[in-house]
Design a protein around this ligand. Structure first.
Ligand code: PMP
Ligand code: GLN
Length: 406
């Protein structure tokens, strides 16, 4: 394992590009975290939780009982089945859910199918567990990202152990369609694989698109671990809370990893988030719920940013869900592109442009090429990922910056 950790190489892209944003004191639409101040409901739940002495104690390792109860009540209707408390486990963010799933189910010699571009944790965890990742590219066709079904079907063999399905998708904003999800389900059954369904953006699906939970398809509950993130859901990524949902025998394996890892996650945060989930369930009228509030902010942010980029001759790919907008930077030329430093850099176009924009305009965006696995057969290099899950003030500031692009 020490050897595998060393083989991960230099610091993560998040550290490198996060530092660049900080050094420039940039308006940050790079990393995907909401930055608005705590919603009053969350503030109240946190204060109430802090008054409860139980929240200073170790949690029950699998889940703080009140949160387990809330997960059961919240997710049973969403999965159209009566979920049991033993079918849930709380994690320190979905990051840990991904890591535990790899630890519990994958080993050297196994193959894991991933879709490129992707959230980089899947690659790191494949490397750490010694699994081979097999990359299937999502292709951009007439303004939406599509799965090449033939290539996908040809990626399976007897060593295939797991498929990672992230929908709504980071970084593309794709929401996988029913026929795509049905194919993933069909092949996972045929090859007896597990599906890691990373659904951290499940509450953020744009009008006209449907979030389909693969675990709800026939025969899939038994072979799917669904991961969620309280951080994404309620804009509190710093609270580091998430959960996994799945059949009890699968969750039991994660629990084994849990007890040799953290032995549970902050009781205080679990109690506060349980209160928040309860509020969403009870909210009447529902239009006052946190989800509706945040959805409205993100939809406004999305339109403002999209327009600003289009005006700057950087057309945007239509987002179907999640936190991100993809813009094309190939159609315009910036003044900084004439500098010798820019010309001598051997970075891809998107990296050069993202560096130029953060250094010259103090706006942090991420090059899409960072999100491709090293083995990916395709790597478009003219796109930038823009996070619109930010406060309205941050978006207004970004729009003013984009207007000054020259
Ligand atoms: N999965 C995806 C697809 C993500 O984008 C992220 C983080 N942005 C995570 C998992 C990790 O979420 P968390 O902050 O809950 O650990
Ligand atoms: N997953 C988040 C994103 O895609 C950020 C993760 C991080 O900052 N480590 O932006």
């Amino acid at each position: 394992s020490a050897e595998k950790i060393s083989s991960l190489g230099g610091p993560s892209m998040w550290i490198e590009w996060g530092n660049l944003a900080r050094q420039n004191k940039a308006c940050n639409l790079g990393s995907g975290f909401p930055n608005f101040s705590l919603h009053p409901d969350l503030k109240e739940e946190l204060h109430t939780a802090a008054e409860n002495p139980v929240t200073c104690w170790y949690p029950r390792a699998q889940a703080h009982p009140r949160l387990a109860e809330e997960l059961v009540a919240t997710y049973s209707p969403l999965f159209q089945r009566e979920i049991l408390p033993t079918e849930t486990i709380v994690t320190t963010g979905a990051y840990q859910g991904i890591h535990w799933t790899f630890e519990a189910f994958v080993q050297a010699g196994d193959e894991v199918i991933v879709f490129d571009p992707l959230f980089d944790a899947y690659i790191a965890d494949s490397i750490i567990t010694g699994a081979k990742y097999v990359s299937v590219p999502l292709m951009l066709e007439s303004n939406s990202w599509v799965l090449d079904k033939e290539l996908f079907a040809n990626s399976f063999n007897s060593r295939t152990k797991m498929i990672v399905l992230n929908t709504p998708h980071n970084p593309t904003g794709k929401v996988f369609k029913r026929d795509e999800i049905e194919l993933i389900a069909k092949l996972s059954k045929e090859y007896n694989c597990l599906v890691l369904a990373d659904e951290v953006y499940d509450r953020f699906v744009f009008g006209g698109y449907n979030h389909i939970r693969i675990a709800t398809l026939p025969g899939m509950w038994e072979r799917t671990i669904t991961l969620c993130s309280a951080g994404k859901m309620f804009g509190v990524t710093g609270w580091r809370l998430g959960w996994a949902i799945g059949a009890a025998n699968l969750i039991e394996k994660l629990f084994r990893v849990c007890i040799c890892d953290t032995f549970g996650t902050s009781t205080l945060m679990q109690e506060a988030i349980a209160g928040m989930l309860q509020r969403q369930r009870m909210c009447s009228p529902p239009k006052e719920s946190y989800f509706i509030w945040v959805e409205k902010i993100f939809a406004e942010n999305y339109s403002k940013l999209k327009k600003a980029f289009i005006d700057a001759n950087m057309p945007a790919v239509h987002t179907q869900g999640g936190f991100f907008l993809i813009v094309d930077c190939s159609k315009r030329k910036f003044d900084f592109q004439d500098s010798s430093e820019y010309k001598s850099s051997d970075d891809h176009l998107d990296k050069k442009i993202a560096r130029g924009i953060v250094n010259e305009f103090k706006l942090a965006l991420l090059p899409l090429s960072l999100f491709y696995s090293p083995e990916s057969k395709v790597r478009p290099t003219s796109y930038l990922r823009v996070c619109f899950a930010k406060s309205s003030e941050t978006i207004d500031q970004a729009v003013e910056i984009i207007k000054t692009f020259h």
